[in-house]
Design a protein around this ligand. Structure first.
Ligand SMILES: *Cc1c(COP(=O)(O)O)cnc(C)c1O
Length: 482
């Protein structure tokens, strides 16, 4: 080892060689993204790959080049495939090459955005500024990046709990209070989990039935609130959904906002999937009412196409938000000058102290493409979903299982053995995934198993939709011959 190198540094000894190796790694990822279409969406991990990857804690160094090759051969081919245009499962964004580069810059800087006086926090505040503008929230609204909408929904619930019981809830807990919250039967499971984590308990969450458009039934919501008040409980929180995970339904946000105002309840919107529809002039009007929410949770890693992870929480009452989380600590003392200046800090608005520079990839994404182009891309995914729904409706072997409000299409194959339809459609979805051309997932609607295609990826086009229809028909035919 070179004597002039400092102590135990982990930096390269030969920066020139490291630079060449870095460029090879970058080129490999650019090749991967450029050639996505030539690859399978997903392929099963061979058993020997899985077991062969296991090894004891490495004691000795390994050449970076060798590890790069291992990544290319053992890891990269066996990812979930959400970058691929044929991926339609769950609700996964595709990412962009721009987002990848921004992640590299952020990692190089290794900024910790918990707090302190630094420009990376100004980048996050700039994104917050854009988010306020997008949702018509006031300057006093607060917000920050979190892992995903699951955590963002949880944070919103905690702020609403402070609104209902005051800051003392942080010290005293719920005591004798019987808080009750409301969401629809179509809500994401993370709302239930948030109730559990907040100590309120999921038994105090009312799952309001859906109407035939898979939206929260407003009359049933009103009745549930009245029943709970009559029983001596304290209704405090409504979580409406803009884009349910099952079918992409948008709750009637304006009607729910009216009700929330009348009843003096906190209105939160789980916009994980759909809130960024505000970027699209044709979808934004259908989200009317979102600007009246007390808080909104959403994900830049879904429709926003930022690389994972990039959830966001926006809270109208920034001071209440801060009072829900801020804690004095000697080692986090604030100053008016020096590195510890410019308080409050992001760590005052959530449970995370150390935080990465998620804001940078979103700043790059919004600046590189611009809101208009991102909006068109979002609209485009909805147009593809409508095209898929039309193709399903025009194909006698297939049946549409839910109205298509946004970018999610649920359908099934009409197998002649209808008693076994759920099992056969689940098998069909697995075979499509294993086929490697298109990858939908499944859900269950009114007891019926649905093949579910969520068109989130900006790379997906009509040929992929056609491939989903064609592969479904050929796979189902093969199953019936077998
Ligand atoms: C994806 C999703 C979530 C969860 O978001 P994460 O980012 O995965 O934590 C919550 N609600 C809805 C409606 C979603 O689509």
């Amino acid at each position: 080892m070179n004597d002039e190198r400092d102590g135990h540094t982990l930096d390269p000894e030969d920066w020139g060689a490291f630079r060449s190796q870095s460029h090879r790694m970058l080129d490999d990822m650019l090749d991967y993204l450029e050639q996505l279409r030539t690859r399978p969406v997903w392929q099963p991990i061979p058993a020997e790959r899985r077991t062969g990857f296991r090894e004891p804690l490495p004691q000795q160094p390994t050449e970076l080049n060798e590890l790069h090759q291992r990544f290319m051969q053992e890891v990269l081919p066996y990812a979930v495939g959400n970058a691929h245009p044929g991926f339609m499962g769950w609700v996964h964004g595709g990412g962009t090459p721009v987002g990848m580069l921004a992640e590299m810059l952020a990692a190089g800087l290794n900024a910790n955005l918990g707090g302190r006086d630094q420009m990376p926090i100004e980048v996050e505040k700039q994104v917050l500024h854009w988010v306020r503008e997008l949702f018509g929230f006031p300057e006093s609204a607060s917000g920050l990046f979190v892992t995903g909408a699951s955590l963002a929904n949880f944070i919103a619930l905690l702020v609403a709990r402070t609104a209902a019981l005051g800051e003392t809830v942080r010290v005293d807990g719920l005591a004798e209070h019987r808080l009750v919250a409301y969401t629809s039967a179509g809500a994401h499971g993370c709302i239930t989990q948030a109730m559990e984590l907040a100590g309120i308990g999921s038994a105090a969450l009312r799952l309001i039935p859906l109407n035939d458009q898979f939206q929260m039934d407003i009359a049933a919501l009103e009745q549930a609130i009245a029943n709970d008040r009559a029983a001596g409980s304290t209704p405090f929180f409504i979580a409406a959904t803009s884009g349910t995970v099952d079918v992409g339904a948008i709750d009637d946000l304006d009607a729910i906002a009216d009700l929330a105002r009348r009843e003096r309840l906190w209105l939160h919107i789980d916009g994980a999937l759909g809130a960024l529809g505000m970027l699209s002039p044709d979808i934004a009007p259908r989200l009317a009412g979102i600007e009246r929410a007390d808080s909104i949770a959403f994900d830049f890693h879904k429709w926003g196409q930022a690389p994972y992870d990039a959830g966001f929480i926006l809270v109208r009452d920034g001071e209440l938000h801060r009072r829900t989380f801020a804690s004095p600590a000697a080692y986090l003392r604030r100053e008016t000058r020096g590195i510890a200046a410019h308080s409050p800090w992001p760590c005052d608005f959530g449970p995370d102290l150390s935080r990465g520079f998620r804001a940078l990839k979103v700043w790059f994404t919004l600046k590189t493409y611009g809101a208009a182009q991102l909006g068109e891309m979002i609209s485009g995914t909805c147009a593809l979903a409508r095209y898929l729904a039309e193709r399903v409706a025009a194909t006698p072997e297939l049946e549409l299982l839910a109205p298509v409000a946004l970018n999610v299409v649920c359908f099934r194959y009409r197998f002649p053995d209808s008693a076994d339809s759920n099992r056969l459609n689940a098998e069909l979805a697995v075979r499509l995934q294993e086929g490697g051309r298109v990858a939908p997932s499944t859900t269950t609607l009114h007891g019926t198993l649905a093949i579910r295609a969520a068109i989130v990826n900006h790379r997906t086009n009509r040929t992929d939709i056609d491939a989903l229809i064609d592969s479904s028909l050929t796979c189902a035919a093969a199953m019936m011959r077998a």
